[in-house]
Design a protein around this ligand. Structure first.
Ligand code: BGC
Length: 782
């Protein structure tokens, strides 16, 4: 992976003094690494974030005062999007605020993510930023999670593939990525102390899988370790996570950087594999120095980290480009296009949308979101948008002869009865009412989780009041993640815009009037009730431990397993055209170990307008022999089709796509009677399917003990013969009698020795049988 010469790195590190090494594995101020001029090593500059570049002029341009830096850092993390305006962004360079992760996730479009990466790289380079602290791909385990808006999906395949696209775009243009937050930072409640307690299958199959996938497909130059402890060990200090899994198993050789002030024990973090401690902390450096002087720090581990940081600096410094001005207008267009391709049409009864032939008709637009849109979430990822589309203006611009009225309705608070009565009075004159609704704000964003799924006060009552009046009712939702929709059965159409970024206003207008055909699909399940959220009964943890009680059944896997009807399922999204699927063919007769399976099928646009369809491939194990999700997404693709056009889609499923993680052997394992390969328009809309029998991998031979049940003992290929000859010799019986004795034990659920001793008393001591079983175990490779 690394292009930098290893011997050269080694020799430079060998020239560093201890003091230089300590400085070098620690940040310099908030956003830089430490330069060592004597050795010709420059500092690199890094900044957030995941959907836009947040360049703080006060923090980056004016050097480092650690005291001031901490308060400046906290001011950013703790600020709230609704504070808005210049106060929020006064010290931040204007940049493009692209759709947030929650909306980009709904694009299911890896090339769009790549374009985003390229655009972010251009903005970084114009500002002299070498490393962007993103993308973040923590699993959206609960819609209540404060940082859900930054992340892509509840599924590791969508998360990993979109992240890989973004990273390829970013790094291909010379700016480093930081894949974060590794791992299981899925809630903001006591986020640096609450241990995410996750069983190993869930870790491997869900929470680590997206990282593994993104790393394999895009080789991010850094990975950021998370704030939280994982199974009781601080993520930044987990040797298992950062060295055994990330480096040894996955072969990752980039640098690991800490989340900001995430390290509690610096020496432990060095031993575990967190190379760079960010940002600069005098006390942590002092403790590292003391540990080094006291001989308590492994010098080789310190040198390894120095080498990795040096490799990163070399790699980034070598990619710096002469400053090229960025075409921000072009990026604004990209932000609009991304939003238009990602907004999800959740419901569209009787083709209520798009709004066509509106000349002379009245459209009543209600809600402050139409004039003061919330385009992004709150926290360290916030971007200072250089320009923001105002939805109402964009609607007016596309309304083609329609009369547009606007009525405010407070995003939060106010006297609702009077406001609602005024809106209803006005709605009587309208052909269409478009309500801008949003989640209840104030408790979401970095640092806090939401406490419910509700809309802002008064908005449910407003929407209810507008239904049943004979006019078309359309709801456009702004939200970090799922919201409850008690009125869903009564409205005509609903658009989920999540946090659409600065181009969201134009994108929404285009979708409303049909100049863009919606092609986003949900990358998370929208629950019908808060109580249906997976793991709800153990969320958000207590006594410092948050047990992920749903295990591998994250997101739709949980709703499917428990046959719980969601409000809208994972993968759902409507279009103004319709697609048909057909002609599935598969190049294999079976699913066999180590063999990929290629499928082909056709998708056709049978409607009258251009559209894009996200096709989803699920694998459903049949009689897997252990608990597995009903179906799991394994691949997806997005195709653009003109009316009447049909495309042949080819997709390859890899051996891993059929396996589960076997915790007994620590290996990915293939085992099931068969697999259904499903081609779907959503996780609850399977269009084509093919069943292939499975050729399972040989199961490891069980270790047997005197306490194993007879069924387990007899499943061992060598046990029965060995036992028979042992009994013949030991009890001086004929082979027929010995066989009858053994057969007499078969039905027992008790331990083998207990069962046998019912017939033979204590004539064979347990220790003798144990020695026989040990010999059998040793003689059999596992
Ligand atoms: C966040 C990171 C971010 C860092 C620097 C932390 O609070 O968790 O995502 O990159 O701050 O702003």
């Amino acid at each position: 992976m690394n292009t930098v010469d290893d011997d050269e790195l080694q020799s430079v590190v060998a020239m560093m003094t201890d003091e230089e090494k300590i400085d070098f594995v620690s940040g310099h101020g908030l956003w830089r690494t430490t330069a060592i001029e004597r050795l010709g090593i420059p500092a690199i500059v890094m900044t957030d974030g995941t959907y836009g570049v947040r360049y703080s002029t006060t923090q980056i341009d004016s050097g480092s005062d650690p005291e001031a830096a901490l308060s400046a850092f906290l001011a950013v993390v703790n600020r709230r999007a609704e504070d808005g305006g210049a106060g929020m962004f006064g010290d931040t360079h204007p940049a493009t605020c692209f759709p947030n992760g929650n909306l980009l996730g709904c694009s299911w479009d890896t090339s769009l993510a790549e374009e985003l990466g390229q655009a972010l790289a251009a903005e970084c380079q114009a500002l002299g930023v070498d490393l962007l602290l993103g993308p973040g791909i923590n699993i959206r385990r609960t819609p209540l999670a404060g940082r859900a808006y930054e992340y892509y999906s509840e599924d590791p395949v969508v998360s990993g593939d979109l992240a890989a696209g973004l990273i390829r775009g970013l790094q291909g243009a010379g700016v480093g990525a930081s894949l974060k937050h590794f791992a299981c930072n899925n809630s903001e409640i006591d986020r640096t102390n609450m241990s995410s307690d996750v069983d190993e299958r869930a870790l491997r199959e869900i929470y680590l899988a997206g990282f593994e996938r993104a790393i394999a497909k895009s080789d991010p130059w850094t990975v950021m370790s998370a704030y939280n402890p994982l199974n009781g060990v601080q993520s930044a200090e987990s040797h298992w996570l950062l060295t055994e899994v990330l480096r040894k198993e996955w072969g990752y050789d980039g640098a690991v950087i800490s989340d900001w002030h995430a390290i509690k024990d610096r020496s432990a973090a060095i031993h575990a594999g967190t190379d760079l401690d960010m940002p600069e902390s005098g006390p942590r450096k002092a403790r590292l120095r003391a540990a080094l002087e006291a001989g308590q720090l492994d010098r080789e581990a310190l040198d390894r980290s120095c080498k990795r940081v040096l490799a990163l600096v070399r790699r980034l410094a070598g990619k710096r480009r002469a400053v090229v001005p960025v075409d921000l207008d072009c990026h604004h267009d990209l932000a609009r296009r991304m939003a238009a391709e990602s907004i999800v049409l959740l419901k569209n009864d009787a083709a209520a949308l798009p709004l066509e032939n509106m000349a002379g008709k009245r459209i009543l637009v209600v809600g402050d979101g139409a004039i003061r849109p919330t385009i992004q979430g709150s926290g360290s990822a916030t971007t200072n948008p250089y320009r923001v589309d105002v939805p109402l203006d964009e609607i007016r611009a596309l309304a083609a002869g329609a009369m547009i009225d606007f009525m405010p309705f407070a995003k939060n608070g106010g006297d609702f009865d009077i406001q609602i009565a005024d809106v209803v009075a006005k709605a009587h004159l309208a052909d269409t009412v478009l309500v801008f609704a949003n989640h209840r704000t104030g408790d979401e964003g970095e640092g806090t989780d939401r406490s419910d799924l509700n809309l802002a006060d008064g908005q449910d009552a407003l929407i209810e009041a507008l239904t049943g009046m004979g006019c078309r009712t359309i709801v456009a939702l702004t939200m970090p993640d799922a919201v409850a929709m008690p009125w869903i059965g009564k409205v005509d159409a609903v658009l989920a815009c999540f946090y659409p970024g600065q181009g969201g206003g134009a994108a929404l207008a285009q979708v409303l009037f049909g100049t863009a055909n919606p092609s986003g699909k949900l990358s998370t399940t929208l629950p019908a009730r808060i109580q249906d959220i997976p793991g709800f009964h153990t969320y958000p943890g207590e006594n410092g431990h948050h047990f992920y009680s749903e295990g591998i059944f994250a997101g739709y896997r949980y709703y499917d397993l428990r046959a719980v009807e969601p409000l809208f399922p994972f993968g759902h999204g409507l279009s103004y055209t319709h697609f048909v699927y057909g002609d599935l063919s598969v190049d294999a007769e079976t699913v066999a170990p180590g063999v990929p399976v290629r499928l082909q099928f056709k998708v056709g646009n049978m409607g009258e307008v251009f559209g894009k369809e996200v096709v989803q491939i699920y694998v459903r194990p049949i009689e897997p022999g252990l608990k597995r999700p009903v179906r799991e997404l394994k691949a997806f693709a997005k195709h653009a089709l003109t009316p009447g056009e049909t495309v042949t889609v080819g997709i390859e499923l890899l051996p891993r796509d059929f396996q589960y993680f076997d915790t007994a052997t620590g290996r990915w394992t293939l085992r099931a009677k068969a697999f259904a390969i499903e081609v779907a328009a959503s996780s609850r809309d399977i269009r084509l399917s093919r069943i292939l029998p499975c050729v399972p991998e040989p199961m490891p031979v069980p270790r047997i003990a005197t306490t194993s049940s007879p069924a387990v003992v007899f499943s061992h290929p060598k046990a029965e013969a060995a036992l028979k000859s042992f009994i013949v010799k030991r009890l001086k019986l004929g082979t027929g009698e010995a066989q009858r004795l053994l057969d007499g034990t078969r039905q027992s659920f008790l331990g083998f020795y207990d069962t046998l001793s019912w017939s033979i008393g204590e004539s064979i001591p347990e220790a003798e049988l144990a020695a026989l079983f040990d010999a059998i175990n040793e003689d059999t490779p596992s």
